[in-house]
Ligand binder design. Structure first.
Ligand code: KG4
Ligand code: ZN
Length: 346
């Protein structure tokens, strides 16, 4: 019965989880509030907050699982990708534990872990499956043949889907992270009231930067036109009034466009690969509009659809623990001198 302690610290969540024989027994997540006032994650502040949080978070994860450190058979940690200062805190802590406990160290790729979050709870997808991983830093379609055999078959060429949500929210004057707020206001709005362009990107890749620009122009014009910057003829007061009076419809229309961009590519990927086991992953899979449209598309095209429980969608150590478990079974251990990298291929 392998006991694995996992640590996630790639961005602004400090998290620890315990996995016993493939079951996640605890998943403690400390979200760093310090970034809200800056409208985005400040890397230096994130590293400092990880340093403060990591010991209490690990202790809480062990306590919630009813375990002690000495029962652990391996320590798993997020090696890459992420903010380098944040990664180093988790990596160094994991290495010290592995060395002092004389147990193996397991280095986990954060994006592989987001995909494998789908293997935590039942029902689990059968291999092969496709996974649309949508987070604040990534937007990928991954073809997974096994827990260790994954291939990115489509990804964003500029902004990630979560960034598209967060940057749109910032333009609307909403605090960071704005994705959940757009989701909240969109529930009351008409998704077809305003039409934003769908980028024409070949293959299975995504692009969101043009959408961001068109939203910027649209708001600067107080909804009168979203075409050319030269057309701006509105005052700041007019723009603010326009946003206030139409917030729900604007949010619903932005969300609708982001969701259609994502799902049109996912549909294309399913048709091209012939795979109908389809998963979502990443923080943006918490979006209610995406979840609903994904289930509707699944019904229409006879997919078997899977979405992890909410606590395993945003950054969390449970997904690092389940990935660590499969790596443990394959004896894929890391050397204690292993480094961390901000960017990394699988
Ligand atoms: O996976 P995650 O926790 O962190 C990264 O690895 O990036 O994803 C965070 C992203 C943020 O951009 C946040 O705005 C977005 O997920 N997000 C949402 C929702 N909940 C979180 N976006 C839209 N609707 C939501 N309900
Ligand atoms: Zn993530």
């Amino acid at each position: 019965m392998p006991h694995i302690l996992a640590i996630e610290s790639s961005c602004d969540e400090t998290s620890a989880a315990v996995c016993i024989d493939g079951a996640i027994c605890s998943n403690i997540i400390a979200t760093q509030k310090v970034h809200e006032q800056y409208g985005g994650v400040v890397p230096e502040l994130a590293s400092r907050a990880h340093l403060q949080n990591i010991v209490p978070v690990v202790q809480a994860a062990l306590k919630a699982a009813g375990c002690s450190l000495t029962q652990m058979n391996a320590i798993a940690f997020t090696q890459a990708p992420g903010l380098i200062g944040s990664l180093l805190v988790g990596a160094q802590f994991a290495k010290s534990l592995a060395q002092s406990l004389h147990i193996p160290l397991i280095a986990v790729h954060h994006m592989q872990a987001h995909v494998l979050a789908n293997l935590i709870d039942d029902p689990k997808p059968e291999f092969p499956f496709l996974c649309l991983t949508v987070s604040g830093g990534h937007t990928q379609i991954v073809l997974s043949e096994s827990p260790s055999n994954m291939k990115v078959i489509g990804e964003t060429i500029d902004d990630a889907a979560g960034e598209a949500f967060d940057k749109s929210a910032k333009l609307l004057g909403l605090p960071y992270p704005g994705g959940p707020l757009i989701d909240k206001y969109a529930k009351e709005g008409n998704p077809n009231r305003f039409v934003f362009p769908e980028p024409q990107i070949p293959g299975l890749n995504f692009s969101f930067s043009g959408l961001k620009t068109s939203i910027l122009y649209f708001l600067q014009n107080a909804g009168k036109s979203n075409l050319y910057k030269e057309e701006f003829a509105t005052t700041e007061a007019e723009r603010i009034e326009f946003i206030e009076n139409n917030l729900a419809d604007i949010c619903a229309s932005i969300q609708n466009r982001i969701v259609t961009i994502l799902l049109n590519k996912l549909k294309k990927a399913s048709i091209e690969t012939g795979i109908k086991n389809i998963c979502l992953a990443g923080g943006v899979s918490a979006n209610s509009g995406l979840r609903k449209a994904f289930e509707e598309m699944g019904n229409k095209y006879k997919w078997k659809t899977f979405i992890p429980a909410f606590q395993y969608c945003t950054d969390n150590a449970g997904m690092i623990a389940i990935t660590g478990y499969y790596k443990y079974l394959n004896e894929q251990f890391a050397d204690l001198s292993v480094g961390s990298t901000a960017r990394a291929e699988w």
